[in-house]
Structures are given as structure tokens and as C-alpha cells.
Design a protein around this ligand. Sequence first.
Ligand code: ADP
Ligand code: ADP
Length: 225
Amino acid sequence: GVAVSLRSVSKTYRLGDGSTLTAADGIDLDLGAGRFTAVVGPSGSGKSTLLHLIGAIDEPDSGTITVGEQEVTSLGRRALADYRSTIGFVFQQFHLIPALTLLDNVIAPLVGRRVAFDRHERARELLEAVGLGDRHASLPSQLSGGQQQRVAIARALVAGPGLLLADEPTGNLDSHTAGEILALLANLQRTHGTTVVMATHDPSVADRADRVVAIRDGRLDPAPA
Ligand code: ADP
Ligand code: ADP
């Protein structure tokens, strides 16, 4: 996994009515390589913004973000696209492509990219790793929500990311299924050393990570963990 470091990171959105909203307010944060960190806070506290900034889906107004060896905030367009392709994302909505088999969903992020491994073999291994090895030819509609999120996790891992960003990954799941998904994330993190950052509004979900960071109004709770 890769280490993640944020220094004085701020992001203010300009709203349609001319007002502004600071969703990240001077964030300083260090996440060790291979750790599983939960960012917990109420709806609107800035969790998604933080993940989007780390994943370079969104750009901060000020501050620096370093992921592994890369200072993300200084990358040009092309390097940014390359950087994004080295990160795994998992969302609350599973966002699988309905017309594609599970195998093809897992491979989808690699389309048009050169990779040094056999993509079908890798996708099968990943489906195996998330407990769906025998379902590679199924369609997403044939799966439960928890199974669909497992596929989304396999897809997020297909490029072998050092960092996995998960935004409310259990938000659409019942608590039993949520527990299974959290156990899967923790297991992948332990066995492969992937750095995992998970956003959740649910403290009981956050407790399953090895570190919990609280956010409110775009500010991190001062208490260091
Ligand atoms: P959370 O993930 O904790 O629910 P978000 O990061 O999504 O919080 O949002 C933090 C605040 O920033 C909210 O008030 C939200 O409405 C606002 N916000 C997020 N994205 C945008 C955007 N693209 N434009 C304007 N406001 C935004
Ligand atoms: P193994 O026990 O052989 O390491 P797993 O069943 O855990 O295998 O994983 C199968 C495949 O998925 C392997 O190719 C492994 O490299 C890959 N993989 C699983 N989890 C991750 C992860 N978190 N990050 C990157 N690759 C992963």
C-alpha cells in the first residue's frame, strides 16, 4: 500500500446563489501505508470531498496531497489520469454495468490499457477472492446487493491499486451484509497491504477500521489517533 499525506488542504464550493461552502477546511492528515482508516461524520461534513480530493476526482483550492511518491496536487493532466487509474474506488451505489457479466465488469477498468498480466485470469482470481468465483458468467441483476458490492470491490482491485477509497460502501446494505463487506475489506487490507480509506456516517461501521478520523464541517477532529 501507499502512504497518504494531506497538508493544509482546503476546498470551497461556490454555490449557485453566489454563497460559498467550505467542504475541506485546512485538513492535515497522515495515513500510513497499508492502514485501514475510516473517516466518520454526519451527512454533509465533507467525507466525500476528502475522498475525491485524495483520489484527484476533485482539486483543492490550496494545500498539498501526497500519495506514495506522488505529489498529486502538482501533477499535470496526463499524469493525473495515470494517477487516478492507480487507485481503486468503491461507492455506495455499486455502479456495475448491467449488460456485462461479472467477469467483464471486473475487467472494465482495464479496457484500452496495456497491462502486464492476463486480465481474464486476474478477474477470475479477484472474483474468487471476494467469494464469487463460481459466478463469473452471471449478470449483476442476478446478484444480491452484498454480492454486487463484492464485485465492485473486485473491480476496484483489478489494476492492483496501492490505495482503495470506499465512499459509504455499506450504505445500501443491511447490517449483516455490511459486516461481511467490512470483513472482506479488512481482510484484503491485511493480506495485500492495500491502504484503505473508507467514508461512513455510521460510527459502528467506522469502528471496524483500525483507525477512525472524525470530520465535521470540513474540519478534522483535533484529537489525533
Ligand atoms: P459528506 O460526504 O460528508 O456527506 P460532502 O463532501 O459530500 O459530505 O459534502 C460536504 C459539503 O459540500 C456539503 O454541504 C455539500 O453540499 C457540499 N458539496 C459537495 N460537493 C459539492 C459541489 N460539487 N458543489 C457544491 N457543493 C458541494
Ligand atoms: P492469494 O491468496 O493468492 O494472495 P487472493 O485470493 O487473496 O489471493 O487474491 C487473488 C488475486 O487478487 C491475487 O492475484 C491478488 O494479487 C489479487 N488481490 C486480492 N486482493 C488484492 C488487493 N487488495 N490489492 C491488490 N490485489 C489484490
